[in-house]
Ligand binder design. Structure first.
Ligand SMILES: [Zn+2]
Length: 286
């Protein structure tokens, strides 16, 4: 329900901005458990792919949110989830699932705004307040403050980066259009891991939500790794929902789930490794 409201309100913005977010929470610092999923030769850069599941919230496409998190859990793969804080905390199924995933070191939590605001519409002080309120609420529920900010609509500007630093956020994830490369030499003290591809998106005319084939997403993953040394894949529950236009039902589009399965297999066959967004820095840094 919440996201439907957001979607109507922000349909224009989403159309222009290709609706992406950035989240990141470094589990190491917050939980004390290092989610290290594969051995690596010292000095060797991993060919790492992080998945971002945006728009985690109470009572919205609940079955789909949980199924997507399950798809990663059953394969023992990590996942970064972007939580909209004002709409999180009441839905026992969603909250307990996230808590368990965090405790097990499988889920990494990112700040995805208080009300899924487009941050660039706000001053630096306001952006900072929104990030702080979000992190405070997530801390009250989960027991830690996320270190990752997944920008709603992928919208970021220099004030966003300054606000992130004020909130002790280490990672920002937007997209490559709104946060330009190169990503390894930024001087602002933040780690930038923008989305490099998606599993679905709003159509150009804003009337439909599209689901992409695994082949298309895989090509863009390869390009991200070749050009920038990493790939970040954004998923939304919407592209895995049965739907009519922008009316989404909480029923799974099994064909698109199959595409996700094929994508995960293709990543593995390519010799790439799936990590959390926060782990990209640990595995891929200088
Ligand atoms: Zn979002």
């Amino acid at each position: 329900m919440i996201t439907m409201a957001l979607m109507h309100t922000h349909a224009q913005g989403m159309k222009r901005l290709a609706f992406a977010t950035g989240c990141a929470v470094l589990l190491l610092a917050t939980i004390g458990a290092s989610p290290s999923f594969n051995a690596q030769t010292p000095g060797e850069r991993c060919k790492c792919v992080a998945f971002r599941l945006d728009d985690i919230q109470d009572y919205y496409l609940q079955k789909i949110q949980i199924r997507l998190m399950d798809e990663f859990e059953k394969r023992d793969l990590p996942l970064t989830v972007g939580i909209i804080a004002n709409y999180f905390g009441q839905d026992e199924k969603i909250v307990s699932y996230v808590k368990q995933g965090v405790a097990a070191g499988r889920l990494e939590v990112a700040n995805h705004g208080w009300n899924h605001e487009k941050f660039t519409l706000y001053s630096q002080g306001e952006q900072s307040d929104l990030m702080a309120r979000t992190n405070d609420k997530l801390n009250s529920i989960l027991g830690f403050r996320p270190l990752i900010f997944i920008a709603p609509y992928n919208a970021v500007n220099n004030s966003t980066f300054a606000a992130a630093k004020e909130n002790a956020i280490l990672y920002v994830s937007a997209n490559m259009t709104l946060d330009r490369p190169p990503y390894h030499e930024k001087s602002d003290g933040l780690l930038h891991y923008p989305e490099t591809t998606v599993t679905g998106d709003l159509s150009g005319d804003g009337a439909r939500w599209l689901s992409y084939s695994h082949e298309r997403t895989m090509e863009e993953i390869k390009r991200g790794i070749d050009e920038n040394g990493f790939a970040v894949v954004t998923m939304h529950p919407m592209e895995f929902a049965l739907r009519d236009g922008l009316n989404f039902r909480d029923e799974i589009d099994e064909r698109q789930m199959e595409e996700l399965d094929l994508l995960l297999k293709a990543i593995s066959e390519q010799g790439y490794e799936i990590t959390t967004l926060g782990d990209l820095a640990l595995r891929n840094g200088p």
